[in-house]
Design a protein around this ligand. Sequence first.
Ligand code: ZN
Length: 278
Amino acid sequence: MTPVLHLSGMPELPEVETIRRALEPLLLGERLTGLEVLDARIVQGDAAQLRVEALGRRIAEVMRRGKHLMLLLEGGKGIVLHLRMTGSLLLNEPERSPRVRAILSFSNGTQLFFNDMRRLGTIALINDVEAYCLRLGPEPLSEGFTTDSLARCLAGRRIPVKAALLDQHLVAGVGNMYADEALFQAGLHPLIPAGDLHSGQVQRLWIAIRAVLERAIASQGASINTYCLPNGQKGSAHDSFSVAHKKGDPCPACGTPIDRVMVRKRGSYYCPECQRHS
Ligand code: ZN
């Protein structure tokens, strides 16, 4: 039976950070020696230019910003790998090789297989890494993301707070799963208009966003969908989810069955008792 794919379950910040941490010791300081493109659609922009700029260069840094994994190259340019819905980066060739869309090879013999069932993931050359990062929105685990900056982003907005959290220009890297978990921890209904939150609620939300992401990184991400680590192992963050993907299960705080509501076409899980809309 084909597994049902949900929009949520795709790699978010904790999943990409877990991949970054796994790859950093393998790739740092190595040269990119090969870029085999098996599906031309994976390269955004000019594939020939990507090769010219990237092949032979050392990896100066393995970075992440939001959901974007970046290999910073010596000389200042970079390669961005975006996994989108079902992309994964594997150190061993997966069994179902038609899903492999590109293979990156490095001077120490490491090979990375960009595997992607839905074929939405991308690889692109970045000419100016700093400018690229600025466009991605505030990094929630950085010092620049404060209660004040979150309050400024939410102020005056009539969209539901859940939709605001999914806006990557407001917070980079938070997707459907972790937005639901953060709203639960903060005790906020997903449909409350973003601009209606008072300062205490913004403070709770800020704490919750960071706590939820850090907890998920510590559990190596959530393998609800196809996400796995480069060595093929699954993460376990979903084991400690309170509401995400838990419709009908008892709320861990009050026992009320978890409900699901659509917010801008995204299924949103919440506790009707702990997250009242008032
Ligand atoms: Zn509850």
